[in-house]
Design a protein around this ligand. Structure first.
Ligand code: CDP
Length: 228
């Protein structure tokens, strides 16, 4: 039994609220246990600066940020850092294969993600929130993107690790994002050292957890938006 009483394969409780930001084209509040994020989409709109625009597709401009009060202990220094630049990039790369970017040439789709509370898995929560945001905004997509972190802590393979589990001495953390319809992986990162068997088990469990997440996402979208 884990400290929060979950089974090893169990996701943290998920809470999703769509269209929470009035002025955004699409927005989403996404909660995975104590990890909480708000994401909002603007566009398709003109690209700034102009020289980065692409003639045959749109660019996704993703901005991940962790608010100063989102972390335990000391307040985080406000603003962007190396970590937020890396996560903004991996979120963009996780989403891009799912978007019909060629439908919006010379445009930018801006996606802002604010982590309001962090307890591990903020990048995967941000990917779930942004994918739902794009759906709300009516952006043409091949599939939704769902994401979860599976890893090892205290010699066990665990789904959706908390910060306390991630801090275990033997911890491995593998965030993964999947387009469930095509079963295509769009993000795979790993912290720690794992055996081939452990990697296989982690990937298998990630697919199962993503399947469950995708059902939750589709149910929320069906309830809020028609024609999904
Ligand atoms: O959040 P995620 O697991 O995607 O990324 P990470 O870089 O592996 O961070 C793991 C966790 O460390 C975060 O979710 C936060 O709970 C915590 N963290 C923190 O307390 N202060 C930071 N400046 C960065 C991360």
């Amino acid at each position: 039994m884990r400290l929060d009483k979950r089974a090893d394969d169990q996701l943290r409780p998920i809470k999703i609220q769509l269209n929470v930001i009035k002025q955004a084209l699409g927005s989403c509040y996404f909660e995975m246990g104590k990890t909480r994020v708000i994401a909002a989409t603007y566009g398709p709109q003109e690209v700034h600066p102009k020289h980065i625009e692409e003639s045959d597709k749109c660019i996704l401009m993703c901005n991940y940020n962790m608010l100063p009060f989102s972390v335990d202990g000391n307040r985080k220094k406000p603003g962007y850092d190396r970590r937020s630049v890396e996560i903004s990039k991996v979120v963009r790369e996780a989403l891009e294969p799912a978007v019909f970017t060629e439908e919006y040439p010379r445009c930018a789709i801006n996606i802002d993600m604010q982590i309001i509370q962090a307890d591990a898995g903020t990048r995967v929560a941000a990917i779930n929130a942004t994918s739902l945001c794009l759906c709300c905004a009516g952006i043409a997509m091949r599939d939704i993107v769902v994401s979860v972190a599976v890893g090892r802590a205290n010699k066990k393979i665990l789904v959706d690790l908390t910060k306390q589990e991630e801090d275990a001495d033997d911890a491995i953390d593998m965030p993964i994002a999947i387009m469930p319809r095509e079963k295509k992986i769009t993000l795979l990162q790993m912290d720690g050292i794992a055996s081939i068997d452990e990697i296989k088990e982690i990937i298998n469990k990630s697919f199962i957890a993503c399947d469950e997440l995708s059902k939750i996402h589709r149910a929320v979208l069906n309830k809020n938006i028609s024609n999904i």
